[in-house]
Design a protein around this ligand. Sequence first.
Ligand code: DX5
Ligand code: ZN
Length: 224
Amino acid sequence: MIIAPSILTADLSNLAESCQEAIDAGLDRLHLDVMDGNFVPNMTFGPPVIKSLRESLSENVIFDAHLMITNAEECFMDYIEAGCNHISVHVEAATHLHRLVTAIRDAGATAGVVLNPATPLEAIIEILPEIDLVLVMSVNPGFGGQSFISSVEGKIRRLKAMIDEQVNAGGRPVQIQIDGGIKAHNIAMVGEWGVENCVVGSGLFNDRGTVKENLQILQSALEQ
Ligand code: DX5
Ligand code: ZN
């Protein structure tokens, strides 16, 4: 199971140090929750902060950008130029999704599409052959520390079946990522549903322990 630390609940006043703590704990990527205050009610950071993080961290660290913004079609290149390796865009915020994911991949990044909890899987049937990852939201986007929406189970199981069918027909494998409310009590369960990549924010960055300690709790839960 890949674990992608969401830095949204990290100490944003010492962001580079918080990110380095996650990398030193053994994580190989950062999940960057970009929020514009329009697509979601919260605002976080954009290309300048990401560029600065890129310059302060090892080039081997994968930057996984989750764009919760209304204008991803106009500005996705800013995030790639700032150093993001992967760009996930919300289907709810893209008019021309095929053109967008194709342009992301042509620019050298991997491309993901994001589904909010109420958005049906059918929204991505036609784009599935063109993408690298599907991010299934298990909270309503905008904030860390929210409760897990367990009703996404059916959507994830159906998505896994769709991807298996695509691969069996010789098509591209697509990774299933889940985002929101993932903790030690449910991380193994979502793995059984077919999830291969878990975004974890408050389960890693909290005042109950260090990132390393919290990561060990998650990894122990996966080994049970
Ligand atoms: C929410 C973000 C998530 C969130 C995860 O809009 O996309 O990545 O930060 O935080 P937790 O793991 O605390 O739910
Ligand atoms: Zn996210």
